[in-house]
Ligand binder design. Structure first.
Ligand code: CO
Length: 136
């Protein structure tokens, strides 16, 4: 059902300091940067091998990532797996009784379609499924 890991999501407080670490010290190239107002985050995607790290900086305290950072501090936020068909995967998860955060897909960065599975259903790991945009 799930393909390879697409990215690891990391919640950060200070995006520029985190970019200094990931891009300059760890040497991961920045491939995309996008503010997603509806999710209340500024996201930066970095390449690491065939996978990515997604840095997530909250746009304010009253956002999902802002509340996460206030409660847990910065750190590992979610794991994202690629799927070929996010709608079909969601339907299969729902049919299996899996608790979902998103009943229908939402728009992710870089034209992807994404949905989140509730961490209560996945052993405490917030899990994202990602259908990448078609490559042209
Ligand atoms: Co993500």
């Amino acid at each position: 059902m799930l393909g390879r890991i697409d990215h690891i999501g990391v919640a950060v407080e200070d995006l520029e300091a985190s970019l200094q670490l990931y891009a300059e010290v760890l040497g991961m190239p920045v491939v995309h940067r996008e503010t997603v107002a509806e999710q209340g985050v500024e996201a930066v995607l970095l390449d690491v091998g065939e996978n990515h790290v997604e840095l997530l900086a909250p746009l304010g305290p009253d956002t999902p990532v802002g509340r996460y950072v206030a409660k847990n501090g910065p750190g590992l936020h979610h794991v994202a797996y690629q799927v070929a068909d996010v709608e079909a995967t969601l339907a299969a998860l729902a049919a299996a009784g899996t608790r979902l955060i998103d009943e229908t897909p939402r728009n992710g960065i870089r034209g992807s379609r994404v949905a989140f599975v509730h961490p209560a259903a996945t052993g405490g790991v917030l899990t994202e499924i990602v259908q990448p945009a078609e490559e042209h």
